[in-house]
Design a protein around this ligand. Structure first.
Ligand SMILES: Cc1cc2nc3c(=O)[nH]c(=O)nc-3n(C[C@H](O)[C@H](O)[C@H](O)COP(=O)(O)OP(=O)(O)OC[C@H]3O[C@@H](n4cnc5c(N)ncnc54)[C@H](O)[C@@H]3O)c2cc1C
Length: 498
């Protein structure tokens, strides 16, 4: 063999080996769902129950569940659980309350579809084996719409996932959706990347985007919301992938400014931190100068607390004295932290937690108000004036400034005095692609993009400018209900695709 021939043969065999080693993986399914959390799990399940013979779920993390696994309970109106307990929450009333809360900025048809589906979804979850442990409201006087899962969202999602094999749903973990395949203006699959960085092509008749919003994407928070520095709570990896994929495919956006702002907190503090629990009580809150800025009872409706905190620049201090510290340790909390730290929990570890916080620079103590102010970086004269005025409100049992319920005006009188630093936190972002009431994505040209659905925190239109806590359970509620509606629609739509 001539040297020339030998060279080319070697080159060809090398090229063959290289192309085989890097060959794209190609798969196909009736429906591909990007994101295996609350909404994606429900969408895959419903698509399979509605005619899809094969469904692929892509999950970029090693295990599925997303933020959905942290959720405690789901919204429902006119559910059987409510009827059994003589709790009247009519679908008509829930719909009107949601629309009025949003000043009719929300998508009325979408909200109506969500509310109408909500009781049936609770029955559906029970039929799949999901159990509920109680029905409650999120704060005193709130609506009894929060159907609490036994074992939290984690168990609810595991229960659904257990049936994936029999429904021919394939879950691909550590496989991230990257872009939507478009053919003739319709969604026709997804290009993904597996853990080795290899390209995976999934051809499908319908695509559901369920990647959980963009709370962990700093740039998107800055671009779309009022909360560029908000502290994310819960699952990581909510980096707006799906929303970006939909923008690239021509989607219009809606409601991207809405953030599910949560109780004040600090980065790295656990949701059951006893230190941070003190900043979540309706006592005295001051801004960095030492001035009071709100009726602290907005802690009960924490989206309001997020808004008020954002107005003062995103940093506050909860200030209390030794009497209130002892009250929290011996009598317990006036405000619980979800169902994780119930009301009246005694903060028995608070002394140790305060010492830890002081060392970390997120808590302060002073024998006098002036010493406390200096350590906090506040103006000692301003903090003293604030506390003296506040103590007059405690004395006369009336808050002249912000009309707080006198029950929660605790005088700040007995040293040592304490302050706990805190910032707005959030559980998620709540806007994304503009959708119809069937969760079909609407393009920037105003027309539906056939075969493309956005669900859960990747869809916009459920809220106005702030999260609505009156409807307890509405975000996992929207995730599961929007997933179900999209899955059912996609299941029918694919029969029309050749
Ligand atoms: C502590 C906590 C408690 C909560 N409690 C409640 C409650 O009691 N009631 C309530 O209504 N709501 C609650 N929520 C909010 C609720 O959990 C969320 O609104 C809901 O889970 C959102 O569902 P989702 O499907 O949009 O997102 P997720 O459940 O977060 O799912 C998104 C999934 O997509 C994956 N993903 C992201 N990018 C990609 C990609 N490129 N490719 C593939 N996969 C990707 C993520 O890893 C994730 O698994 C709570 C949230 C937290 C943090």
């Amino acid at each position: 063999m001539s040297g020339f021939r030998k060279f080319f043969l070697t080159l060809f065999s090398l090229m063959f080996c290289v192309s085989t080693a890097f060959a794209d993986k190609t798969m196909s399914a009736d429906v591909v769902v990007v994101g295996g959390g609350g909404s994606g799990t429900a969408a895959a399940y419903s698509a399979a129950q509605s005619g899809a013979k094969s469904v692929i779920v892509l999950e970029k993390q090693p295990s599925p569940g997303g933020t959905g696994k942290f959720s405690e309970g789901i919204f429902g109106a006119e559910s059987k659980m409510q009827q059994e307990r003589n709790i009247v929450l009519l679908k008509d009333d829930a719909f009107k309350m949601i629309m009025n809360y949003s000043h009719w900025r929300a998508n009325a048809k979408l909200v109506r579809a969500f509310v109408n589906k909500s009781p049936e979804t609770i029955d559906w979850l029970e039929a799949q084996g999901v159990e509920f442990q109680e029905l409650t409201a999120n704060y005193p006087g709130g609506l009894q719409s929060w159907h609490i899962f036994k074992g939290r969202g984690k168990t609810m999602l595991e229960t659904l996932r257990a049936k994936f094999p029999q429904l021919n749903i394939t879950l691909l973990s550590e496989t991230a959706g990257k872009s939507i395949i478009m053919k003739d203006g319709k969604a026709a699959g997804v290009i993904a990347e597996d853990v080795e960085g290899e390209k995976v092509i999934i051809n499908a008749k319908a695509v559901v985007i369920a990647t959980g919003g963009f709370l962990n994407n700093k740039e998107m928070l800055k671009k779309y919301t009022r909360f560029p520095d908000i502290v994310p709570v819960g699952n990581v990896g909510k980096t707006g992938d799906g929303i970006q994929m939909m923008i690239d495919a021509g989607a219009a956006l809606e409601g991207t400014e809405v953030v599910q702002s949560y109780r004040p907190g600090m980065p790295g503090e656990a949701t059951d931190s006893q230190l941070i629990a003190t900043a979540r009580q309706p006592y005295l809150w001051v801004d960095p100068h030492g001035e009071r800025f709100c009726d602290e009872m907005i802690i009960f409706q924490w989206p309001f607390a997020g808004n008020a905190l954002e107005r003062i620049g995103g940093l506050m201090y909860a200030v209390f004295d030794t009497n209130t510290k002892n009250y929290m340790m011996q009598q317990g909390l006036d405000v619980g932290v979800g169902v994780m730290v119930p009301v009246k929990t005694k903060l028995t570890k608070l002394d140790a937690e305060l010492d830890r916080g002081i060392k970390q620079g997120i808590a302060y103590s002073g024998k006098t108000i002036e010493e406390l102010a200096q350590k906090m970086g506040a103006d000692p004269k301003v903090l003293r004036a604030t506390i003296e005025r506040y103590n007059t409100f405690a004395e006369k049992k009336h808050d002249d400034d912000f009309a707080k319920d006198p029950k929660y005006i605790q005088a700040v009188a007995k040293g040592p005095f304490y302050a706990v630093k805190s910032m707005p936190t959030a559980l998620g972002t709540l806007g994304g692609a503009k959708v119809t009431e069937n969760l079909q994505v609407v393009g920037t040209n105003g027309k539906v993009i056939d075969g493309l659905y956005a669900v859960g925190n990747d869809a916009g239109g459920m809220y106005g400018d702030s999260y609505d806590l009156l409807m307890a359970g509405s975000t996992i509620g929207f995730a599961v209900n929007s997933g179900r509606i999209a899955g059912e629609h996609a299941g029918k739509y694919i029969s029309t695709v050749k």
